[in-house]
Write a protein that binds this ligand. Structure first.
Ligand code: SF4
Length: 148
């Protein structure tokens, strides 16, 4: 049930997030609630919308080969986190979210989050088709931070 709901959220987010950026804020809030309620470790296994998409959809078309060791190295993780943080900070700055907030700030935050989801999905899907449906999760900055 939770997985179907999070898969639905993922599909709605990817298809309509550009038009309804507050969906991105909603997703961020859901993640915050799950993490704050002590279910940090369950996020990746049950609640994460992309995790559900990878497990329920991409696993059907993935060759499910072993994930290359390179993906699991600390250097890859550190590089991924650094790039993700820089790009995220750059977008927040460009959206004017480091200054005083106005009536449109929340929508702009949602749009930044939506764009990050879209770009990371554009990486996650080919990785799933190439090796393993959960390949992205070995380098996902959010998942790696939550699991620590
Ligand atoms: S590693 Fe990232 S994409 Fe994968 S389930 Fe966890 S948060 Fe979601």
């Amino acid at each position: 049930m939770i997985r179907i709901a999070s898969l639905t959220l993922y599909i709605v987010m990817i298809l309509a997030g550009w038009a309804f950026p507050l969906l991105g804020v909603f997703l961020l809030a859901v993640m915050g609630v799950v993490v704050l309620s002590g279910k940090r470790k369950k996020w990746c296994g049950f609640y994460c919308p992309r995790g559900s998409f990878l497990d329920l959809v991409m696993s059907k078309v993935s060759p499910k080969k072993p994930i290359p060791a390179f993906f699991r190295s600390k250097k890859t993780w550190a590089a991924g986190l650094a790039i993700f943080s820089l790009v995220f900070a750059f977008q927040l700055r460009n959206a004017g979210l480091f200054g005083p907030w106005d009536a449109g700030s929340l929508s702009r935050l949602g749009f930044v989050f939506y764009r990050m989801c879209l770009v990371s999905s554009a990486i996650a899907v080919p990785l799933a088709l190439w090796k393993n449906h959960r390949s992205w999760c070995t380098v996902c900055p959010v998942g790696n931070l939550l699991r620590r």
